[in-house]
Design a protein around this ligand. Structure first.
Ligand SMILES: Cc1cc2nc3c(=O)[nH]c(=O)nc-3n(C[C@H](O)[C@H](O)[C@H](O)COP(=O)(O)OP(=O)(O)OC[C@H]3O[C@@H](n4cnc5c(N)ncnc54)[C@H](O)[C@@H]3O)c2cc1C
Length: 419
């Protein structure tokens, strides 16, 4: 059997795909499902051979902004049938809880990746026109003239296949090899918090099935009720707290959550599997397009998980890409037109959010304007509603600020006068 150092000669199967997608997780599968349904031929290359593989480090709170995309994919119903929790958000701040009126607050979705990832992958594999290649890793990019034109994929036996496609899609996560190989411009922003979390069974936290987040400023904690009557407890303190978490992650997590104000019942709960942690979460923002190539999900934008946006944006960016490039792949316009449309849409939707997320990811405390808005949102239901729409990424900062700032000034002035 050839070793990976001496690969066997490339086998080209002679077929050309409309798109070659690298990565069969949320973003890659969502893209394949939509392209396949549009009658386009797609190869999906995934390095994990196991169809039930899943991303292990993730709190999987999918923001309300992504729910319409999940519905259009036909995934929301099976997710609910598999026990997904439909959660709103309650945010603790030192000024009180921020809680939008329940009838006005949108609900996100929470389902363990252990259940979600295989479900999305099976749906993609069963979609007409989609060829799922599990156990194949994209190793090199192919070029046709100046444009990217697919990948060379290698399996564990060292066999190599050339997969040619008019569009190459990097859906291979925050350390994207496709992004690296294509040399698209990348900007990095420091991240100064650590993330530890684990599944517990026991009494439900107070707001269940809603999620509770504690903005301890600068530390952060959360309780996410999820399927199987489990709660995922998460701690994201700044890096000074790393030694205690490294020494005994389980004990540190329980201590941390039990110490937050109005603490959830973590001490009365039982950890069901080992606590997981992630220390390096440098934010990466890449140009999401090049000639013949697009990046989606974390490959395009990998941000601080504190705000729980990556899964939702994986589904949403897949949809933006397919809507942008399908006309070109169906032969109705040049591909660069579709790619440029996607680049602009990605920037329009996510750049403003990314700016604020990256700024807070340094581990700093809230600045005066954040204190103004958070305190007002804790005091006033309308301000809470605007904050909730922003936090669940249904509105962009450019839409949130002109609505929330004037209201926050008025609310806090009234509050000061009343005192
Ligand atoms: C601690 C933590 C907590 C988080 N919590 C949340 C949360 O609560 N809510 C939320 O929305 N997001 C959260 N996220 C972010 C979320 O996990 C990611 O944003 C999401 O998984 C991105 O999906 P993706 O499909 O882009 O990439 P990934 O899920 O990373 O998938 C990439 C896929 O590409 C495959 N691959 C990689 N390289 C190759 C290759 N060369 N060839 C073939 N296949 C390859 C991988 O095997 C994998 O299947 C969290 C992240 C962390 C670190």
């Amino acid at each position: 059997m050839p070793s990976s150092d001496s690969p066997s000669p490339i086998i080209g199967d002679g077929s050309a795909y409309d798109a070659v997608v690298v990565g069969a997780s949320l973003a890659g599968c969502a893209t394949a499902i939509q392209l396949g349904r549009a009658g386009l031929r797609v190869a999906v290359v995934e390095k994990q051979p196991d169809p039930s593989a899943y991303k292990r480090i993730c709190s999987h709170f999918i923001q309300a902004s992504a729910v319409p995309a999940l519905e259009r994919l036909g995934l929301l119903e099976p997710m609910e049938a598999a026990g997904a929790r439909r959660s709103r958000m309650h945010m603790w701040t030192r000024w009180g809880w921020i809680e939008a009126p329940p009838e006005r607050a949108a609900r996100g979705v929470n389902l363990r990746r252990e259940v979600l990832d295989p479900m999305v992958r099976t749906t993609a594999a069963e979609t007409p026109n989609v060829e799922m290649m599990l156990g194949w890793s994209a190793e090199r990019l192919l070029r046709d003239g100046g444009a990217f034109a697919g990948v060379v994929a290698r399996n564990r036996e060292g066999e190599e296949r050339e997969l040619r496609g008019r569009l190459t899609v990097g859906a291979d996560g925050r350390d994207s090899r496709i992004a690296e190989l294509s040399e698209v411009p990348v900007k990095t922003y420091p991240h100064n918090r650590i993330a530890y979390g684990g599944y517990f069974e026991g009494p439900a936290p107070e707001h269940s099935p809603d999620a509770s987040l504690w903005f301890l400023d600068p530390h952060w904690a959360a309780a996410f009720p999820t399927d199987g009557d489990l709660t995922f407890y998460a701690a994201m303190p700044t890096k000074e707290r790393l030694p205690e978490f490294k020494e005994d992650p389980g004990a540190a997590l329980v201590r941390f959550l039990a110490d937050v104000p109005e603490a959830p019942p973590i001490r009365e709960s039982r950890l069901t599997e080992p606590v997981m942690g992630k220390i390096d979460m440098t934010n990466r923002m890449r140009k999401p397009t090049a000639d013949g190539l697009a990046l989606i999900g974390d490959a395009a934008l990998a941000t601080d998980p504190l705000f729980g946006v990556g899964c939702g944006w994986a589904f949403q960016s897949a949809e933006w890409l397919v809507e942008s490039v399908a006309p070109a792949l169906q032969g109705r316009e040049p591909l660069e037109q579709g790619l440029e449309r996607y680049r602009r849409r990605h920037a329009h939707q996510l750049r403003g959010h990314a700016f604020f997320i990256h700024d807070y990811a340094t581990g700093r405390r809230m600045n005066p304007s954040e204190r103004l808005m958070f305190s007002a949102a804790a005091r006033d239901p309308k301000a809470a509603e605007i904050m909730e729409a922003f936090g669940t990424r249904q509105i962009r900062p450019q839409q949130m600020l002109p609505r929330l700032l004037p209201r926050a000034i008025a609310v806090n002035a009234r509050h000061a006068l009343a005192r």
